[in-house]
Design a protein around this ligand. Structure first.
Ligand code: TXA
Ligand code: MG
Length: 339
């Protein structure tokens, strides 16, 4: 199959492919998604096949209008209204209880709940409107690999396997949406996956929000099925660097062991070790939003450069740092460089 690059002028054509049950990757503000008609069971099955994704891991249903969600949801919770008003379109996925039989089982992984989000990307909102159906969209990468933040990343992983990619350049946030579970009124709102909308900004709008216990202790089974799988991992082992003072020892250790070393760090650090390492600039001034935007692209680029190991800068786990450190911990299998 030839994988076509769709642009502004060919959104209609891309929408016709979605209607015909084909797969089209689409841009969002977080990462690129792998799109299929959410109401077409056969099309959704193909999404799992093409990604190599475990079938018990449910998908996010992307809508172009908050009203679309109400057709599916059972007992729409009041707390969702201010959230939608503040954060949609945007990087917030909401989990609701859904009416029986309104979505194919393959979308929900057989759960009685489903995930919804309205992405903040004009081209994709036009695509959904033109298709006239909600679109499922896991990240458009091969399962286990870093999520794609450019159309080229999608092409690299899925070329020949899908009908096309709607290209809108690099994604501005760089990690996936925050997944917030609203399906259990007793538990209240629970973050299952930290992402582009921070805990602090959610609390500012709706008051208390809790974190899924698995995000706090590694031993608990995650409630978002997707959180239990190996994720975001390049081929080379990744080690986190705890503090600035550790860079010298990390690089010296890699050199002593004859390793081809990749660094994903601030420009100032890359400059210091330019001779001994292959660097990918994470930030120009240790700013967490920029680091988050570049994390996945950097892991992919260093993999392409065939390094033996990758050392990555860490950030405090507040604000967007919670999402950054969540993805980095998964990519690193929780490993820090230890002196
Ligand atoms: O930013 C994003 O959310 C991107 C873009 C493309 O929109 N999409 C994305 O999809 O990250 P995916 O499939 O890679 O991640 C969806 C996450 C998974 O961790 C999944 O387990 C969880 O949401 N999820 C989906 N439905 C759920 C449900 N009913 N209950 C609990 N978790 C659910
Ligand atoms: Mg994903």
């Amino acid at each position: 199959m030839e994988t076509k690059i769709y642009t502004d002028d060919s959104i209609k054509e891309a929408a016709q492919q979605i209607q015909a049950g084909e797969l089209i990757a689409f841009p969002t503000e977080t990462v690129y998604g792998l799109g299929a008609d959410a109401t077409n069971e056969g099309a959704v099955k193909q999404v799992y096949q093409v990604k190599g994704r475990p079938s018990d891991n449910p998908l996010i249903v992307h809508v172009s209008d908050p009203e679309m969600v109400k057709d599916f949801v059972d007992n729409f919770p009041e707390v969702a209204n201010p959230l939608i008003e503040h954060f949609w379109p945007g990087p917030l996925t909401l989990i609701f209880s859904v009416k029986e039989g309104v979505l194919p089982n393959v979308v929900t992984g057989g759960l009685s709940t489903a995930a919804f989000r309205m992405p903040n990307n004009e081209k994709t909102l036009r695509l959904i409107r033109a298709a006239g159906v909600p679109i499922v969209g896991p990240s458009a990468n091969t399962s286990g690999k870093p999520s794609p933040t450019t159309a080229q990343h999608v092409y690299h992983d899925l070329s020949g396997k899908i009908k096309g990619v709607l290209d809108d350049g690099p994604t501005p946030i760089g990690v996936e949406s925050t997944v917030l579970d609203l399906s259990d009124p007793e538990a209240g709102p629970v973050i299952l996956r930290p992402g582009g909308v921070t805990l602090e900004s959610l609390q500012a709008v709706i008051g208390p929000v809790t974190l899924d216990r698995h995000l706090v202790t590694e031993s608990e089974a995650p409630k978002a099925p997707g959180m239990k799988y190996k994720h975001y991992a390049p081929n080379a082992p990744v080690y986190m660097i705890r503090e600035v003072a550790d860079w010298d020892q990390a690089v010296a250790w890699g050199m002593a062991n004859g390793k081809k070393i990749g660094l994903l760090a601030d420009q100032s650090i890359l400059t210091r070790f330019a001779k001994e390492t292959i660097g990918y600039p994470l930030t120009s001034n240790h700013e967490v939003a920029e680091a988050t935007r570049n994390l996945f692209a950097g892991l992919r680029a260093l993999d392409e450069a065939k390094v033996d190991l990758i050392f990555v800068e860490t950030f405090p786990e507040d604000g967007l740092g919670m999402a950054y450190m969540n993805r980095l911990n998964k990519a690193a299998g929780q490993k820090y460089f230890e002196k």
